[in-house]
Every structure is written in structure tokens, then in C-alpha cells.
Design a protein around this ligand. Sequence first.
Ligand code: SAM
Length: 245
Amino acid sequence: MTRDIRTVDDVMTMLDGLFSDGADRWTDEGAAWWDGFYADRSKPVPFFVPKPDENLAGHVQNGRLKPGRVLELGCGPGRNALYLASQGFEVDGVDLSPAALDWARERARETGAEARFHLGDIFGPVLADQEPFDLIYDSGCFHHLPPHRRISYLALLDRLLAPGGHFALTCFASGGMGCELPDADLYRDRSLHGGLAYTDDSLRTVFCEYEEVELRLMRAQTPESPYFGEDFLWTGLFRRSTLTA
Ligand SMILES: C[S@@+](CC[C@H](N)C(=O)[O-])C[C@H]1O[C@@H](n2cnc3c(N)ncnc32)[C@H](O)[C@@H]1O
């Protein structure tokens, strides 16, 4: 018998453990699952292309996002991190998959863009000593988190986003891709079913502490486009108040 839950962290860890191995966990098993996912780079996975998100490139081009310190959460093989580096941003990317980061570092060598890539769980010690960033970017990591980890995610933004800084994400859009089950059912099923769909209003609710700058569907791109875009994803840009609590 175990009666060892004493803190909120203990509850989080217990809830993490309810989920099955694979993409739904970011324990050691989760890292191995993502390593397997990245093993064959020739697979027709949309985000394997070395192109930045169209929304991100648009915000940089129209000056909404200006060069500064940026953290990319779940950066994978680094397509957005390296784009930002090429545009003069100072970039730190974190991902739990060694295979993803090997690929990102190879791409960095090929393109000459420089970014710091860190291996680890975004909620683990890997980000413990970082100073606040001007931009936190997430393309496809947030929707792989179980509901209780939204609490950890908001705490991470609170700790690591500078006053006046921007937070931007892309994630599965309800009706387009992702699991539509209510949060409670995910715990009953012990699965995230490959990632969670969000409505625009659910994103507004989760990120209500931040000013919404833009929230829209991503614009699908043709194969010739220099940008990545799929219309089953939301793209959101939010800004933190310059007033700290
Ligand atoms: C759908 S992929 C997107 C990769 C990349 N952002 C892109 O768009 O090319 C999601 C990534 O998030 C990473 N990931 C998921 N949960 C994570 C966590 N808790 N900490 C760090 N990385 C995580 C996975 O390893 C994977 O590389």
C-alpha cells in the first residue's frame, strides 16, 4: 500500500503515471517513443520539412516579433528554432528526444544558424536556471500534454516569459485533428489518443492571463511554399502584460 502523496508535485507525478507508454508520456518511455518516430527521416510527416511555421515567419516579417531571447518548447528537429536564429534571435530549444536534437544540430551545421539545444522534459531541471525570455514558442508540444500538465505549463510561462514578452503556439484544432474526448475521459482511458484537440475558446480559457494578439487557423501551404502550414492547426500569439503581478 502507498500513502505517499503529500505535495502538488506528488499528485502531478501520480497522474503522469496513469498514462500509457509512448507519445502520451514524457518519461524515459516517451523519449524512446519520439526517438523511434524520428528514426526514419524520409517518412512523409508534414513537420519533417525544414521550413518554419507560416504564422511565425509572418510575425517576424511584419515586426510583431522582434529579435530577442527565445525559448522553443518541444523544438524537435529545430526547423523553427533555426529559422529564428537566422533572423537574429538568440535561441534555446528544448526537447526530450535525443534523435530530434541530433537532427536539429545537423541542420544547424548545414545552415550555419546557431541555437542552443537542450535535452530534457520542459518541466524538468533542464530549464531550472534560465532567465526570462522575450518569446516562448511551441509548435506541437502543448497538445501532447495531459490536462493536469496545463497547470505546470502555465507555471512555466509565468516563470520564464518576460513582462511584455510573447507566447506563441500551434496546436491541433478541434474538427481538424486530435482527440475530442473530454478531459476526464482521458484519465479513464489512460491515453491521450495521440494528442488533444482544442477549440479556439478552450485556448482562450487556458491562456486567459495573456492578451490575445491573434488566434486563427494556420494557413495551408503548397509544396513550393518556403513555409510550413496545415489548416488542422491553430496558431495563437499572446502577449504578457508589461505589469508584473
Ligand atoms: C509534434 S512534435 C513537434 C516538433 C517540432 N516542434 C516541429 O514542429 O518540428 C512534438 C515534440 O515535442 C517533444 N515533447 C513532447 N513532450 C515534451 C516534454 N514534456 N518536454 C520536452 N519535449 C517534449 C517531442 O519529443 C517532439 O519532438
